[in-house]
Write a new protein. Structure first.
Length: 307
């Protein structure tokens, strides 16, 4: 499987993440300005990095199913609109054409740096609040740091953690290369367990994985986990962010919406949606969030043109 295919699988996951937000919005009756100004159509934007390829049959079927669910259950029409990139998403939110935006955490950090009116409403987490990317190899691998991995084969699981790809891409660029040229081969197995099993079995030399998934593997297969070692890890990344812009949504409605998301773990439909995109829940924005955003911008500054 190629890196482009990996991107497609990544964007599919976040496409469904965006789907999952819509029922919560509908449930609280999102409004703008005053309670009387109820939206006829709720517009949720996503960056191109999250939903770059969303025209396959599975995605189309999912969108149609969710649209029907919201229409029948809450009587609210809705649109989920993929933007070219995080810059365009921010611009459309600033113009009031989108009521909410879903960003990768590092994208939100880039966008807010240039647009202070962009505010986080809630974060989406998978066990750990702040994901950390790890690169692991077998214990007999001579590599001691990222540079020592050059020329080896990498497995980058297609599970949707954008921070993994960003970490690998930026570390590869230190020597003027890309991930495709730094590593001898990049594959994208369907899940983390498959990737780590392939590593233990000698079918691949390096695996990129977030901490939560690595800890889960340790719990499921402790014997195999003992055959692995870490050679590099990232600083904590900000997680996926649900954001609003300025006063597009009034404070009361924002609080209602946030409460609806937090309650996702307390009902069957919410749990199903969380499971769909490998999350464990939504959280309020923590006190140290600004610090984590600042660190992300410092460690991974935005490029002139979003990719």
């Amino acid at each position: 499987m190629t890196i482009r295919q990996s991107s497609s699988r990544l964007t599919s996951r976040f496409f469904f993440l965006t789907f999952a937000l819509a029922p919560f919005l509908a449930a609280v009756g999102i409004t703008t300005g005053t309670a009387a100004d109820k939206l006829d159509v709720l517009r949720i934007g996503t960056s191109g990095e999250l939903t770059g390829q969303t025209h396959g049959p599975r995605e189309k079927a999912g969108l149609e199913t969710l649209h029907k669910y919201i229409k029948e259950e809450d009587g609210m029409d809705n649109e989920i609109l993929s933007q070219k990139d995080w810059q365009e998403l921010t611009d459309q939110m600033a113009k009031g054409k989108l009521q909410l935006g879903v960003f990768q955490g590092y994208e939100f950090a880039w966008a807010q740096q240039k647009n202070p009116e962009l505010k986080p409403l809630a974060i989406a987490i998978n066990v750990n609040r702040y994901p950390v990317a790890h690169l692991v190899v077998k214990r007999d691998n001579a590599a001691k740091d990222f540079a020592g991995l050059q020329g080896q084969s990498l497995a980058l699981p297609a599970t949707g953690e954008g921070s993994l790809r960003l970490f690998v891409d930026r570390q590869s660029e230190v020597d003027g290369k890309t991930a495709k040229t730094f590593f001898s081969k990049v594959t994208t197995p369907d899940n983390v367990e498959e990737a780590l099993d392939s590593l233990v079995d000698g079918k691949v030399q390096v695996v990129a994985v977030i901490r939560a998934a690595l800890e889960a593997y340790k719990g499921r297969k402790p014997g195999r986990f003992k055959q692995l070692k870490e050679v590099a890890h990232s600083q904590p990344f900000p997680p996926v962010v649900v954001a609003y812009y300025g006063s597009v949504l009034d404070e009361g409605t924002r609080e209602q919406f946030k409460t609806g998301m937090m309650n996702a773990t307390n009902n069957e439909k919410g749990q199903t949606l969380l499971t769909l995109f490998h999350l464990t829940g939504f959280e309020a924005v923590p006190e140290d969030f600004d610090k984590v955003l600042a660190a992300a911008v410092k460690d991974y500054p935005p490029k002139d043109k979003a990719k």
